[in-house]
Write a protein of this length. Structure first.
Length: 247
């Protein structure tokens, strides 16, 4: 919403931890909507068009202060955070470190010379709503980042790339009406899935001391938890290796 001064971004100064700090904020009209679950080709075509429009705008500017979606810049940092904070169960710490190191070595070269631009960064279906009379709308840009455009596309697919090629084809049909995508970057989909798995572990770990988190996820971080997580990471590493072997 535009304020009296004609600006859309506002600033408030407040005391925090005995220090004066500035907080930037924006206001938007409160409007309703419903979650959007794609079922038909037309639904996926609409999703592709939405992301194409978003990326066409994103490509017009820079975001130097935002995270860069890259194995070295983000994922490796998250892995080190999990290991250095002693969050991984001691019995499985080495297994976690090995699967992460091996997978990062496998996927890092794939990101060389890949075009990066401003993207949503967290474009799962829960962040897409359908407003009657208005169409699809992207919400929750908190995790907006700089990265390969395909990062936003794979999150809306119903499963692994090998099982969702038809849906991807339709998404790309809608996307191409507004933006172009380097087809070579489709090979990043499964590596990006691995990176998101690591990101989600680190994101949850940062909330582990919150009361609501302990109440909602009492088993987070125990031995059984890490056994399951490491097995999932190994499975995803296998998916990536299989895809690379098929190239």
């Amino acid at each position: 919403m535009v304020g009296r001064d004609g600006e859309t971004l506002h600033e408030v100064r407040a005391a925090h931890d005995d220090q004066k700090r500035s907080f930037l904020f924006a206001l938007f009209p409160r409007t309703g909507g419903r979650t959007f679950e794609p079922e038909t080709d037309e639904d996926y075509l609409r999703l592709g068009s939405l992301l194409g429009r978003c990326h066409a705008v994103g490509a017009k500017g820079q975001a130097p202060d935002r995270l860069r979606c890259d194995p070295h810049a983000t994922t490796a940092v998250y892995v080190q955070e999990l290991l250095s904070d002693g969050l991984v169960h001691p019995k499985w710490r080495d297994d976690f470190a090995v699967v992460c190191e091996e997978t990062l070595q496998l996927i890092t070269p794939l990101f060389a010379d890949v075009p990066h631009q401003r993207i949503h960064g967290d474009c799962h279906r829960g962040n897409i709503i359908d407003r009657p009379g208005e169409g699809l709308v992207l919400i929750d840009f908190d995790d907006m980042m700089v990265g390969p455009a395909v990062q936003d596309l794979w999150l809306i697919l119903p499963g692994l790339l090998k099982d969702a090629r038809r849906e991807l084809h339709v998404v790309l049909e809608g996307y191409s009406q507004f933006a172009s995508l380097d087809p070579r970057t489709l090979g990043l989909i499964e590596p990006l899935r691995f990176m998101r798995m690591i990101y989600f572990l680190a994101w949850r770990a940062r909330q582990r001391n919150d009361f609501w988190f302990r109440e909602s996820f009492p088993d987070w971080g125990n031995e059984a938890f890490w056994i399951t997580e490491i097995e999932d990471l190994r499975t995803q590493r296998g998916v990536i290796a299989e895809a690379l072997d098929a190239v």
